[in-house]
Design a protein around this ligand. Structure first.
Ligand code: HEC
Length: 115
């Protein structure tokens, strides 16, 4: 192997390493942001564990969705995004798109998908 090739390998290795480190840390940052939004805006209804049993859940019929249920896994990402951004028939205040940025919506959806 020539000296030039070795340098190239080292360079490629460094690029790959940086991609891995920064790629995964931005993923972790998004989840952290999603958790913060969830705790301040969603937890009171959907519950700390996403099971639909938050402190205010009893006031709603139908009850807030259990994010760990098969009902949730049946929803596609666009369906979830619509429910969060535009709202749902059951609750006129479920229009989070007026209060959250696109990045915040994406982060909170990633977080509730992980329950
Ligand atoms: C005031 C109570 C309340 C709050 C706060 C709330 N939700 Fe909901 N959410 C509901 C209710 C009620 C439903 C309707 C359940 C149903 O129709 O079966 C629902 C349904 C959903 C659904 C499922 C929609 C579907 O098509 O089944 C998603 C996703 C969702 N909420 C996300 C969120 C997110 C994300 C937040 C925070 C940004 C949030 N909700 C905050 C009460 C709430």
């Amino acid at each position: 192997m020539t000296k030039r090739n070795t340098k190239l390998r080292v360079f490629e290795g460094a690029v790959l390493f940086l991609l891995l480190v920064f790629g995964s840390s931005s993923f972790a940052d998004e989840l952290k942001m999603g958790k913060m939004i969830y705790q301040s805006s969603c937890l009171q209804c959907h519950g700390e564990r996403g099971d639909g049993n938050g402190p205010e859940a009893v006031n709603y019929d139908p009850r807030p969705t259990n994010f760990a249920s098969s009902q949730m896994s049946a929803l596609t990402d666009p369906m979830i995004e619509k429910a969060v951004v535009v709202g749902i028939p059951a609750l006129s205040t479920h229009t989070w798109g007026t209060r959250l940025s696109n990045a915040e919506v994406a982060a909170v959806i990633r977080y509730i998908r992980a329950f």
